[in-house]
Design a protein around this ligand. Structure first.
Ligand code: FE2
Ligand code: FE2
Length: 297
């Protein structure tokens, strides 16, 4: 039985044009090594995979799966292969972005098909959705052998001709280092430097960028860069404690991923905790219809 979804005003139910999964900071380690000596990062990521498979089994569809950096903890080639081996069989187009814990050359070789393993940073362009109308631009905000983030000040100039042509469904920018104030002392030091934040602001000013997706902060966050929303996905392995004692960098073994839905005139970000939770209710269509029928408008 499939009942039409109903709304209070009788208008059609809103349907997103594009649906994305956003994972970050998977930090897969070398075999036999625990992340921060405590967390099996593969096992933690598998909780996300199980949840995504459950969604697919329930009929949900996704246009892309964005993974916004710190894919591995130390750049072990085998960890990249394990990561691809876990996510690519989901049959959702995967968009990879590297983070400060990744090794750029290995990332290029293992995930971007660059057999040379180029040392230069890459900018990726993806076209997403059934109509291939959503443009996703992936920037590399990393500095080899450093933790902080940086963007080339020539970015606005080089992007001007590209962004001058709007995409049918708009544009999403992905980078590892979030252009938002970080939540903790170490992340403040390893932040996207303030001039690079300004560079990003200038690059996208007036363009069709609808959303910026990032990671690095190990906690779900949202904010704005000018008039453009910024969404940070939490890590699939650990979570930063924003209530730690002053000067402390504290994390817990908590994880999440984000569900991003892009509508014609807005977007939503739903944070999906991956810590396990007991079911409270699961009403079927007939039960939902019964409740609706008891509440006439
Ligand atoms: Fe990270
Ligand atoms: Fe990071």
């Amino acid at each position: 039985m499939t009942l039409p979804l109903r709304t209070p005003d009788g208008l059609p139910v809103e349907v997103p044009d594009y649906t994305l999964l956003h994972l970050s900071d998977t930090h897969l380690t070398s075999a036999g090594v625990l992340y921060n000596q405590r967390v099996d990062a593969d096992l933690a990521l598998d909780r996300a995979v199980v949840e995504i498979r459950r969604a697919i089994g329930n009929g949900h569809q996704f246009d892309a799966l964005v993974v916004s950096g710190d894919l591995t903890d130390t750049g072990d080639p085998e960890a990249y292969r394990r990561l691809a081996g876990m996510l690519e069989p989901l049959n959702i187009p995967v968009i990879w972005c590297n983070g400060n814990h990744d090794v750029r050359t290995t990332y290029h070789r293992e995930l971007l098909g660059d057999e040379e393993g180029s040392t230069d940073s890459k900018i990726q362009f993806h076209w997403v959705g059934a109509d291939l109308g959503l443009r996703v631009i992936v920037l590399d905000s990393t500095v080899p052998d450093a933790g902080h983030g940086y963007l080339d000040p020539r970015l606005p100039e080089s992007f001007a001709p590209i962004l001058a042509r709007p995409a049918p469904g708009g544009t999403i920018v992905v980078l590892h280092h979030s252009p938002l104030p970080p939540p903790s002392p170490l992340l403040s030091y390893f932040a996207l430097d303030r001039r690079s934040r300004q560079t990003l602001f200038t690059t996208i000013a007036g363009a069709d960028v609808r959303l910026i997706l990032s990671g690095h902060h190990h906690m779900a966050q949202s904010g704005m860069l000018g008039s453009v929303p910024v969404v940070v996905a939490g890590s699939t392995a650990i979570r930063t404690d924003p209530f730690a004692r002053p000067g402390h960098e504290r994390t817990t073994s908590s994880a999440s991923m984000n569900l991003i839905r892009i509508y014609p005139d807005t977007y939503t970000c739903s944070v999906i905790p991956l810590d396990g939770a007991d079911e409270v209710f699961d009403l079927d269509e007939a039960q939902c219809a019964g409740i609706i029928d008891r509440h006439p408008i």
